[in-house]
Design a protein around this ligand. Sequence first.
Ligand code: ADP
Length: 349
Amino acid sequence: MADSHGIFRKVNPVWEKVLGFPAEDLLSRPFIEFVHPSDFAHTQVELEKLREPGHQTQNLLNRYRCKDGSYRWLQWNAVNDPQGSLAYVSAVDVTDQQEIERLKEQFISTASHELRTPVTAINASLKLLASGLTGTIPLESARMVQIAERNSERLIRLVNDMLDIDQLQAGRMSFRDERVDQSSAVEAAIAEAAPLFDQADIHVETRLLPGTFVTADPDRLSQVMTNLLSNAAKFSPMSSLVEVSVEEVGDSARIVVRDHGAGISPSFRSKVFEKFAQAERGPGPHAGSGLGLSISKQFVQQMGGEIGFETPRDGGTRFFVLLPIVDRQAANAESGAEATRGPKTDLSR
Ligand code: ADP
């Protein structure tokens, strides 16, 4: 329990056990004094908010000093009483989870950088072999080379995803701010994903709003769209329907990708956007890394938008991306363009 000066009034015995300080020490000074200097600023901001009556702090992370001078990562939750004079605070020691997270990030960084060059070289060599420039190869070997080439391309995609994650983590990825016609971007992404839909005989129905412009990095937006569309293709049954639409919601434009697949199970819903998260499933054709949606979420957030999904009652999944509209042109005064794309047709042609 803490007062409005940010001083603990009462602590339970676990505080003494975890931090090593006797309770008197913890009760004698404002608790911000125990916070690591690098975490001071954001903790202070949250403390100010906690002065507002009824405010709730959720999952605030910071490092807290122990008696021996070391720091432990604590995850805080707090709720203020209606008068704003006392806060009820709980903290969980998440030091071990933070360390695992740090090791995971380090692994992604090292592995992606170390793998990039050899994987690219393997792929280039296989392409050369397959082209026949180095001599004719027997039919059976050519088939093997083709399989190897396809798999090396999969590895390149994985390494590229890992490099993206690494750059995002390190805050090194730059984003362009461009005026993008949301519907054109969606149309281009559908054309690019056409082979995936054709393979599974999936119909793509579009309902677009040409002339609605958002601010986005076109390449990153296209990556997000490609991910949503390829997931829709991967997780849809053969010969089913995927609906893609662009609509206005207040000051934002919303892209919706709706499939009629098995949907996302309740137990997996909270993990969908986590790194390397994939729902349990048996061996099947759904090759992937579990990185696509984690990258997509970070991209969309960096572009000032929001990404999420809903699970409609009648099955399947509806993923959406919301981006703030910068301007609208006359074209969308009409009721919106509609098109149906059947299998074996390609919008790009
Ligand atoms: P990947 O597709 O490479 O596995 P993602 O991050 O794009 O990685 O997706 C993570 C997981 O979320 C998928 O493995 C799948 O279990 C689930 N998922 C994503 N999109 C859908 C969808 N449209 N329908 C059902 N499950 C999905």
